[in-house]
Design a protein around this ligand. Structure first.
Ligand SMILES: N[C@H](CCC[C@H](N)C(=O)O)C(=O)O
Length: 288
């Protein structure tokens, strides 16, 4: 049996514990179906939080276009940790140290800071209710009321779109939050027509924030880069912290800076784990 993805190399990496696969399909017109992404996630050692697939760019000067799959096969237009992994994947073996990547949320730039440390320009946060998107037209997205209420959840959150939708709840003790229960209930709350990534943030100092995240389409992860960006934007908008902060996630730290030009920069490390190949047998169930 043959399959369009047979013998395609795939890299397994992580960005501070966010489990990432990178699949470079440039030079082909192959598009991965959601069920094929889910089939890859079922392979031993290939379970991922996000699968970053590279395609030929549409525009001049861009290095690649990215399609980003969650473990449930749904697509996200942004993934900070995965974008650092892509930057490493293309820079290794003497490739470019600066990239321009196309996403459905607009262009994203990366630059190498050290062997395995990269800064990603995640672009401008979008803050209007229809841009998050929220299903209610609230004027102030810094304090959106959870209505209908969710038992055990705080009543208010700050909404930020970083290319993907985020709800940030500030709590006194992030470790005490029941993420497995509140995460799914809030991800699919009627306020979010496209679902949302759900963050619980605890201010440690004016420039250090502890963060735990339930990711849309994936669940609990050890880190989420776009959520770290959304959290610093939310903290700055509400006067809780400055525009530069270190966000401490279960898998490690990210340095976030919301610049005067409105762009959010995220700096952090990546770890290369292994390279392997896809093979046709992985997709047998998809064909059935
Ligand atoms: N882990 C990613 C975000 C994944 C977001 C995805 N779960 C969605 O928006 O559907 C990050 O580092 O930014």
């Amino acid at each position: 049996m043959t399959h369009k993805l047979d013998r395609r190399p795939i890299l397994r990496m992580n960005g501070i514990g966010n489990e990432i696969l990178v699949l470079d399909l440039r030079g082909s017109d192959i598009v991965l179906e959601p069920q094929e992404a889910r089939a890859i996630a079922r392979q031993p050692g290939l379970k991922f939080d996000q699968l970053m697939v590279l395609h030929d760019p549409r525009g001049e000067g861009a290095d690649a276009a990215m399609r980003i799959y969650n473990i449930d096969g749904s697509l996200s237009a942004a993934c900070g940790n995965g974008t650092r992994c892509v930057a490493y994947a293309l820079a290794r073996n003497g490739g470019p140290e600066r990239l321009l990547l196309e996403t459905d949320a607009g262009p994203v730039r990366s630059r190498r800071e050290a062997e395995t440390v990269f800064t990603i320009d995640m672009g401008r946060p979008r803050l209007a209710a229809r841009e998050i998107p929220l299903s209610r037209d609230v004027a102030d997205t810094t304090a959106v009321m959870v209505e209908p209420k969710v038992q055990g959840a705080p009543n208010f959150f700050c909404a930020v779109n970083m290319g993907n939708p985020h709800a940030v709840f500030f709590v006194p003790d992030a470790a005490a939050v029941d993420l497995e229960t509140l995460g799914p209930a809030l991800e699919r709350h009627p306020l979010f027509p496209e679902r949302a990534n759900i963050s619980f943030a605890q201010l440690l100092t004016g420039e250090t924030i502890l963060l735990r995240v339930w990711e849309r389409g994936t669940g609990v992860t050890r880190a989420c880069g776009s959520a770290a960006c959304a959290t610093v934007v939310a903290a700055a908008r509400t006067g809780r912290a400055g525009r530069k902060a270190v966000v401490k996630l279960p898998g490690g730290d990210l340095a976030i800076a919301w610049g005067e030009d409105d762009h959010v920069l995220m700096t952090g490390p990546v770890e290369f784990e292994f390279e392997t190949e896809l093979d046709a047998s992985m997709f047998e169930e998809c064909a059935a």
